[in-house]
Design a protein around this ligand. Structure first.
Ligand SMILES: *Cc1c(COP(=O)(O)O)cnc(C)c1O
Length: 512
């Protein structure tokens, strides 16, 4: 009854169909979010486990009546808060196959076909980034040869749970290589008493850089921030100055970001790469967001230089519209994985390796691992790179239209022109004198009002001294008219709040 077999296969179809029908109904209801206040959501979704199980019909009814209405609908055209996309239906179908087959990527005999599919897809991604993937890699230039004094191996990589994990892998391998160059095997001996290495990233880099530095035993204080220009991109002159101050030998890695979380800023990758190559410093490119431009026809040039990285973070559960989780870590020289190799006879036996049977466990921080690659493969197969790229470009185009609409509105201030597809702005009614603090509170309330009242999901973030509203447009169906609606509703919410201002406590039901 509970496991799928011949007897239950009819029921299987019935329940799967029922589940799809419930989801379809939820989508048709076309709510951004109808769960009400945090208290209401919590009350409706309390977990209670009994000694006796319940009927599946009752459970599905609760999902339909309680869980779904209290969830945000990323598929909604006015759900624009975070790097949190609507998912392609083909990705959802792939998830079903992933769950039903339950392949595990940690050994070939748990994922025979999946292992080869993931390997092929990693190779394809490496090629997309212009990494070398053929067996006999040629040294490109004299500088390359000078830099490592040895032939490069082909590129490699692995699917990960997302950007945080991919960034961790980049720092981990950079750390091991940094100490190896000083004759220290950190993987075996740890770092106790060893000299500190410095990680350089921009002041807009993702917080996972610091978190990962802490996890790796390096400490947050080893992360030093490089200044940024008005667009939020790393200042190469400042990077150079930092490297000179610290001494290139003491720099463990430079992390460049292609698509910062708030501004979507793209660091000057080619210039940074050149500097890293010159000083033999590991360059990791965090392209968790900007990596989507690899498929763009119009904006691919914005991430030129990515091919010169030592390692790259890509995230497919963001601007590639795939269900969470789905990310990849790419490595320019597969040989660098050796510093984290572990043998366990039950997973990656040396006999397997002799027989040329791939065991991906060597390349991953995880042991049991999902076959997330299937989602990307099926999506690419369905759309082809052209249509996939066009979906990505749609979001960038809408962001530019949104910025124009905001800019043209007398009661809003656009703080930044969009680079990828985030738009930062704030409500500032003209002819009204409000302190920065009051403006901040007002803008925060506008975002809350719009969500609680099922109008739109927009984010807030701090930019310089302003609490800003933020659109992150990751829905290819969102159009200028949707943005117009949101702006109108923001104006209404803003002026409503202003009317009964005087520090009234936030009342979510007020504008319902
Ligand atoms: C989202 C993001 C991350 C973190 O990725 P997760 O998939 O959420 O772990 C890292 N870096 C950047 C630039 C991001 O936008």
């Amino acid at each position: 009854m509970h496991l799928l077999n011949e007897k239950t296969s009819e029921q299987y179809l019935t329940h799967m169909h029922k589940t799809s029908a419930i989801i379809k109904q939820w989508l048709n209801d076309n709510n951004v979010y109808s769960g009400g206040t945090p208290q209401q959501v919590q009350a409706a979704n309390s977990v209670s486990i009994q000694s006796q199980g319940r009927d599946i019909e009752a459970i599905l009814a609760d999902i339909q009546d309680k869980f779904l209405p209290s969830s945000v609908s990323t598929a909604h055209r006015r759900c624009l808060a975070h790097l949190h996309p609507p998912t392609l239906v083909i990705g959802q179908i792939a998830e079903m196959i992933i769950a039903a087959t339950n392949q595990s990527m940690d050994s070939w005999n748990q994922s025979p076909a999946a292992t080869y599919i993931e390997k092929d897809l990693i190779e394809w991604l490496c090629q997309l980034c212009h990494f070398e993937t053929s067996d006999d890699v040629q040294i490109h230039t004299q500088t390359d040869a000078d830099a490592d004094n040895q032939a490069r191996h082909k590129a490699g990589g692995v699917f990960t749970s997302g950007g945080t994990q991919s960034n961790l892998m980049g720092l981990l391998l950079a750390r091991n290589k940094f100490y190896a160059a000083k004759g220290i095997n950190v993987h075996k001996d740890g770092m106790m008493g060893q000299p500190r290495g410095i990680i350089l990233c921009s002041d807009q880099a993702h917080f996972s850089i610091e978190k990962n530095a802490a996890l790796l035993g390096l400490g947050i204080r080893c992360v030093e921030k490089v200044g940024t220009d008005a667009s939020g991109a790393m200042l190469v002159s400042h990077l150079q100055q930092k490297i000179e101050e610290i001494g290139a030998d003491n720099v463990m890695a430079v992390i460049a970001t292609a698509g910062t979380t708030d501004l979507g800023a793209i660091d000057p990758l080619a210039d940074i790469a050149k500097m890293c190559r010159e000083h033999k410093i590991w360059l990791h490119v965090d392209a968790a967001w900007g990596g989507a431009l690899l498929l763009s026809q119009r904006y691919r040039h914005l991430i030129d230089g990515i091919q010169a990285a030592d390692s790259i973070t890509l995230d497919f559960h963001k601007h590639f519209f795939l269900p969470i989780s789905c990310g990849a870590f790419l490595l320019r020289d597969q040989q660098d994985f050796e510093s984290i190799r572990h043998h366990s006879e039950y997973l990656n036996s040396s006999d397997d390796e002799k027989d040329n049977i791939p065991n991906l466990v060597t390349y991953s921080l995880q042991t049991t691992r999902r076959f997330d690659a299937l989602k990307l493969w099926m999506a690419l197969d369905l759309l082809g790179t052209d249509d996939y790229g066009a979906l990505i470009d749609n979001c960038l185009r809408t962001a530019r239209q949104a910025a124009e609409l905001v800019e043209d509105h007398a009661d809003f201030v656009l703080v930044h022109q969009p680079i990828i597809s985030s738009v930062l702005f704030y409500f500032k009614p003209k002819d009204t004198a409000l302190s920065d603090q009051q403006l901040s509170q007002l803008n925060r309330q506008i975002a809350q009002d719009l969500l609680i009242n099922n109008i739109a999901n927009v984010a807030t973030t701090q930019y310089e001294q302003h609490l800003c509203l933020k659109f992150t447009i990751l829905n290819p169906n969102t159009q200028a008219c949707d943005i117009n609606t949101i702006i109108e509703q923001m104006t209404i919410a803003g002026f409503n709040r202003l009317q009964n201002y005087e520090g009234q406590p936030y009342d979510a039901t007020k504008n319902a």
